[in-house]
Ligand binder design. Structure first.
Ligand code: FAD
Length: 483
């Protein structure tokens, strides 16, 4: 049939992976078409993920911080929250960033097509145009012919089939829409997304319950870090149900009645004004007719790739949430750059670029709760499970001048060094701004630093970042007495 656009690279999906790949490819001199079904670029992260959640978490943290100031002799009245204005503030934050992306696409002459993309063959994608703020189809379809494609179609929230179809049952997108503050909120799934949104609603006045299938909240994080968070946040919760499954629910006039099955088969129930399902995200691999291009997709919808982000079809690449865990924006961005560089290398005959590969040793994780929890590389539990002997360097923030000055000394910084090589293999931080600090630990791991390298790096005093140097000194037994 007729082809409406021809390009070097077609990028399917305008999230952090997709726009990063598109911009890098354009910067390297390629003709790029970027397909996105929504009105704005930025994907889940900018529109309904990282950014709006952080805008709301910032507000929550300031409110909580103001309350903490009572200990310093300063009290404010209870805040009055204009939910509509708060929602508008959050939307403004999103708008600034998505408008910035639109400008960057334009400056790079990336053609952005608005619509649903699906493969119609190994070198063609059909784009069904969409309109409005939703995804209404206009009936117009355009065909794009490409030399290379990058699939960056992301993921969506998993829906539990036994929860009723009711406006009071929401996912993270519904939670970020901020339509009022419920009195009793049940968070199903005790991972980062559920607990971040729970934090926002609790600070705005909701009572929380959380139900989690595994033995602890924030699965994947070091247990010691989580313990500190849990102690500081106990006041938010009416119940934390661990090793417990949600087994059913019904919508009633008084609320959503949810049934649980606990560790010993014990059955219980609760009544909630709002139920937030945050049980993970599933990749969109089965929704883009990948089979028509011959691209292999797993049963769950993931697209397997090699270290160059190449699928089983050599001219088609995939990046971001759709290729697997961890489903994080910074991973998607780096993968997007790799795919774009490999493609540019191949199409422009630049061997060095064509050999680019994704070889991050570690990818940091952050829960932007209060306190924040951040970790990178191995945790103590993982090192043990993998039979790696580690030296631990621990620095409690109760000995940090800055944390004490801030009135927030509950945190700690922990570094793990391989006992055989002396090199750092992991680190975890719990405390205010832990997320802003963890990049240094990631850099140390990437550079193969040992405890002396980190401990003798002069950190500014008094800062929270100083605790990284002090934890390293603790590991090699040469702690200075400068808190
Ligand atoms: P996505 O962002 O999912 O983008 C995919 C895009 O493709 C979407 O815009 C979608 O509309 C489009 N698309 C899909 N199919 C088609 C199609 N057929 N045609 C056209 N377009 C299509 N990560 C962090 O690193 N830090 C955080 O703090 C963080 N917070 C989060 C908070 C929440 C509430 C959620 C839900 C997620 C959060 N994440 C966070 C995860 C992060 O949002 C994702 O890892 C990231 O967005 C993945 O980027 P991506 O490019 O792979 O896909």
């Amino acid at each position: 049939g007729a082809v409406d656009h021809e390009c070097d690279v077609l990028v399917l999906g305008g999230g952090p992976g997709g726009y990063s790949a598109a911009f890098r490819a354009a910067d390297l001199g390629l003709k790029v078409v970027l397909v996105e079904r929504y009105a704005t670029l930025g994907g889940v992260c900018l529109n309904v993920g990282c950014i709006p959640s952080k805008a709301l978490l910032h507000v929550a943290a300031v409110i909580d911080e103001a309350r903490h100031l009572a200990a310093a002799g300063v009290t404010f009245g209870e805040p009055t929250v204009d939910v509509a204005a708060l929602r508008a503030h959050k939307d403004k934050v999103i708008g600034k960033l998505t408008a910035g992306l639109a400008g960057m696409a334009k400056a790079r002459k990336v053609t952005v097509l608005r619509g649903y993309g699906a493969f119609v063959g190994p070198h063609h994608v059909a784009v069904e145009e969409t309109t409005g703020s939703g995804q209404d189809k206009t009936g117009r379809t355009q065909v794009v012919a490409f030399k290379r494609a990058i699939i960056a179609a992301g993921s969506q929230a998993v829906r539990l089939p036994f929860l009723p179809d009711d406006p009071r049952v929401i996912d993270s997108t519904g939670a970020l829409a901020l339509e009022g503050v419920p009195q009793r909120l049940l968070v199903v799934g005790g991972g980062i997304i559920g607990l971040e949104m729970g934090t926002v609603y609790s600070t705005l006045g909701a009572r929380l319950e959380v139900v989690e299938m595994t033995a602890g909240l924030m699965p994947g994080a070091d247990r010691d870090l989580v313990k500190v968070w849990q102690k500081m946040n106990a006041h938010r919760f009416d119940a934390i149900r661990l090793q417990t499954k949600c087994t059913g629910a019904e919508a009633t006039a008084e609320g959503i009645r949810v049934r649980f099955e606990g560790p010993d088969g014990a059955v219980s129930e609760g009544l909630y004004d709002r139920v937030l399902q945050a049980v993970g995200r599933s990749p969109n691999g089965r929704k883009i007719a990948a089979e028509r291009a011959g691209v292999a997709v797993s049963e769950r919808g993931f697209i397997p790739v090699d270290v160059q982000m190449r699928t089983n079809v050599p001219h088609i690449f995939a990046i971001g949430d759709i290729v697997g865990q961890p489903m994080l924006a910074h991973k998607a961005v780096h993968e997007g750059h790799v795919a774009a560089e490999v493609i540019a290398g191949e199409l422009l005959g630049d061997d060095k670029l064509a050999r680019t590969a994704f070889d991050a040793r570690v990818i940091p994780s952050v829960a932007y709760t209060d306190p924040e929890i951040a970790w990178v590389g191995l945790t103590e539990e993982q090192a043990k499970a993998q039979g790696i002997a580690v030296h631990k360097g621990l620095f409690p923030w109760a000995a940090s001048g800055r944390a004490i000055a801030n009135g927030r000394d509950e945190g700690f910084t922990k570094l793990l060094f391989d006992a055989a090589t002396g090199r750092i293999v992991g680190g975890g931080i719990v405390g205010q701004h832990a997320g802003d600090m963890i990049g240094e630990v990631a850099l140390a791991i990437e550079m193969g630093a040992d405890a002396v390298d980190i401990g003798r790096t002069v950190h500014p005093h008094p800062t929270l970042g100083e605790t990284i140097g002090l934890a390293a000194e603790a590991a090699h037994g040469a702690c200075t007495d400068l808190p």
